[in-house]
Structure formats: C-alpha cells, structure tokens
Ligand binder design. Structure first.
Ligand SMILES: [Zn+2]
Ligand SMILES: [Zn+2]
Length: 426
C-alpha cells in the first residue's frame, strides 16, 4: 500500500467544487428535480456502495465499467463491496428489495465512482442525475423519458446537442440479427481493429459500437438491427419515433447505438453536445432494460431510464455560454462600528424577512468593513455608527449603480431593503 501524500489535496482524479461554481450545481439539480417531479418521479436515495454483485450482475462483469474501473473492496467484515459506478443498478436493486407498486417512477442525484485514467472531463468521482421508470412496457413511456432528458438540457440553457435513437430489439428478434451480424463481420475480420479481429463472434455488438476507424469503416454498411426487428419491436419503435415527432423532440436514428448486454431491450438513446470535443461530448443517455429486474432477482418487470453527467452538462454550458456562475447578490451588508448589536439584530431581521444579508464580525474598522461589504457583492450597505445608534437610524448606501446615501429610521430598514431588491428585478 502506498503512502498517502502529506499535503492537503483531493485524491487524484477528484476535485472540489467551491462557491460560486457550486451554485450552478444547485441550479442544475433544482431544475432537474422541478422537471421530473412535474412528471411524477420521486426522489430515491440509495447507498453510495452496494454488494459488488449488484453491479456485477446489474451492469455486467465484462463491461469496462465493472471489469476495469469499479472501486471494489472487502470491508472490515470481509464483505465484498463496490462504490456505485452509475445510478441504475442501485435503484433497481431497491425496487427488487422493497417491491413498491408499479409503475415505480424515481429520480436520483448521486456521485459515481470509476477508476479512470485522469484526463480533462473525466473524474474518478463524477456526478449524475437520472430517472428510472419500472413496470411499464408502453412505448409512450419511452417518449416521456426521452422528452424529460431533452427538456432538462433545454431548461439548463443548452441547444447545441444531438439526440440519437436506436432499437436493440428483444429476445425474439435480436438473436437472429446477432448471428447475421457475426457472419458478416467474420467475413470482414481482416478489416477490423486489433481488439476486435479475433472476438467478432463473442460479441458482434461491441464491433458495431467500436470508435476506431477500422471498425467504423467495416461496419458502415452492415445489416441494421432496426431492419430486422420482430413485429412487436417494430411497432414499439415506430410508436416511440412518432411520439418524439409529436412532442417536437428532434432526434437522429443511429444504428451503432447498442449496448452489449442481454437485458437491454428496444429503445436506446444518447445525447451528444455539439459544442464540446468528441472525446467527452456524451452528456447523457439511457434506454429500456426489460430484463434487468429479473437479473437482480425480481419478477419480470419492464424498465427504462437515463443518466446525465453533471460535469459534462456544465462543460457544455461553458461552451454554449449558458448558466454562468453568478449567484443572486446579497441584498444588504451590515456595517456596524457601534459595538455589533445592530449588526447582530439587523441581519437576523433581514433574514427572517426572506432577504439575503451578511455582516462583518470582530469589531473591525469602518474602512475594513466597507471593503468587505463591497467585495460581498451586496446591493446596499447598512451603516450603523455611534451617530446612527444615537439617532435610531441606519445610513443606507447603494454599493452598485447610482444613488445617494440616505438616512432611514431603524424600524423601516427592512422595508427599504426589500423595496431596493424589487426595483432591481427585471
Ligand atoms: Zn474495434
Ligand atoms: Zn423483437
């Protein structure tokens, strides 16, 4: 075990988010909550760690996320645990454990832990918001789920992103397609990338999904799953696309959009930002997983959901100039050079009245307190020196824009601050 570094710093691949940048996180999460709760999704809180088997079964042993990146450890009791690498498996595990009456519609906000190679836009602890809807196979639910993700991105101020949609078929139609795809790709084995040349038959969908130019070229004109769907999957897929059209949600069909595990069925989708570079432009994605509840020990239950990466969304916001880190200003800063009683009582009154107020402590000089008041970004300084104290007044000094300092009776100060805030609102 290597020594811990002595200097105070966050572990490799992690970061702290300080104010005011953290204010954007508050806005994003509140925006997300507002959108999905309006569609009857309720917050679910899961542990940050699970028995490792939950993710091994729920995401898949041979996925990179589980096989190469998951933080897995035995705790002091020798139980094999893993830090949550994504959101879905824990929510589905909780559904199996508590069996709420379906349809079960839940949303989450969670850190996700992956031991990735540190690089721009990738963190070993990143954060996701997402929803899961369990117990409904209706294609209109797919439309609802995709539209909620689209609506969230737009509410965050993004417009330069692309939604890609595909169908994975199901247990009826996919096996035949996979055999066909494996056959075609085996004929083209020599054209594939090094990783996939010898493993075509094991998982031909991986080849379809491969980003390397060799595999991209070799799969450009292979048979497409959407052309080999069974009747039920075809009807479902058509209904999804019709619904997105009806709701005005733009999308592009993408036959490469596949997931390599059997419990993924039918609708699959991804959002990519056109404003940030391709290596990290995936801002969210999801799909239907009608086999996952059974995989985790529950009864056959259809399900669909998505996860959205908060850090990626913020990168896209930066690139599009959306959601600047400008929190609402303080309404007032109390400058008290008469012993601090006014500062103590006035800030409390202002805050009880729903106003944002701060003050200086430790009886510092007028000059020092005014400097702090300026730096605080407050609209008004409320100044109480011995003169004001004596007269029962407060000197109200605008700190931004024009406006004269004026003397206000102590008992009218809260109203004056509230009125000043009202005037500045558009
Ligand atoms: Zn490849
Ligand atoms: Zn099918």
């Amino acid at each position: 075990m290597s020594d811990e570094p002595r200097e105070a710093r966050a572990p490799t691949g992690t970061r702290d988010v300080l104010w005011p940048e953290s204010w954007r996180w508050e806005v994003l999460v509140a925006t997300f909550a507002g959108q999905v709760e309006a569609a009857a999704y309720g917050l679910v809180l899961n542990p940050m760690f699970e028995y490792a088997s939950v993710f091994r079964r729920g995401i898949g042993d041979d996925s990179d996320v589980v096989g190469k990146e998951m933080y897995e450890f035995a705790d002091r009791d020798g139980q094999l645990l893993a830090l949550r690498p994504e959101g879905t498996a824990s929510v589905v595990r909780a559904f199996v454990q508590h069996h709420p009456v379906p349809p079960y519609k839940a949303w989450y906000v969670t850190p996700a832990f992956r031991h990735e190679r540190p690089q721009a836009g990738r963190y070993r602890q990143h954060h996701q918001v997402g929803i899961e809807a369990l117990g409904v196979a209706d294609a209109d639910l797919d439309v609802e789920v995709v539209a909620l993700a689209d609506g969230f991105f737009r509410a965050a101020g993004l417009s330069r992103f692309v939604l890609k949609v595909n169908s994975m078929g199901d247990g009826t139609c996919r096996p035949g397609y996979l055999a066909l795809l494996a056959e075609v790709l085996t004929e083209r084995r020599d054209q594939l990338c090094d990783e996939h040349r010898d493993r075509v038959a094991a998982n031909p969908l991986r080849v379809l999904d491969c980003k390397r130019p060799a595999c991209r070229a070799a799969t450009e004109d292979v048979p497409r799953l959407v052309d080999h769907l069974c009747d039920a999957c075809r009807v479902h897929h058509r209904r999804v696309l019709e619904g997105l059209d009806a709701l005005g949600v733009p999308y592009e069909p993408d036959h490469r959009l596949v997931r390599g595990f059997d419990y993924y069925t039918r609708t699959t989708f991804e959002f990519a930002s056109a404003a940030i570079e391709a290596a990290q432009n995936g801002i969210g994605g999801g799909g239907r997983y009608d086999g996952l509840v059974e995989m985790l020990g529950g009864p056959p239950t259809p399900g669909i959901g998505f996860g959205i990466g908060i850090e990626r969304v913020l990168l896209a916001c930066d690139a599009e100039g959306a959601l600047p880190a400008v929190p609402p200003a303080l309404d007032a800063y109390v400058v008290d050079t008469a012993g601090g009683v006014a500062a103590r009582d006035l800030t409390a009154e202002l805050r009880r009245a729903g106003l944002r107020a701060d003050r200086a402590f430790e009886g510092r000089s007028m000059k020092s307190q005014m400097k702090t008041a300026d730096r605080s970004g407050a609209r008004l300084a409320l100044i109480v020196g011995p003169g004001e104290q004596e007269a029962g007044t407060v000197s109200v000094r605008p700190l931004r824009g024009d406006g004269e300092q004026r003397s206000v009776p102590r008992d009218q100060v809260v109203d004056v601050v509230r009125a000043a805030r009202g005037e500045e609102r558009p």
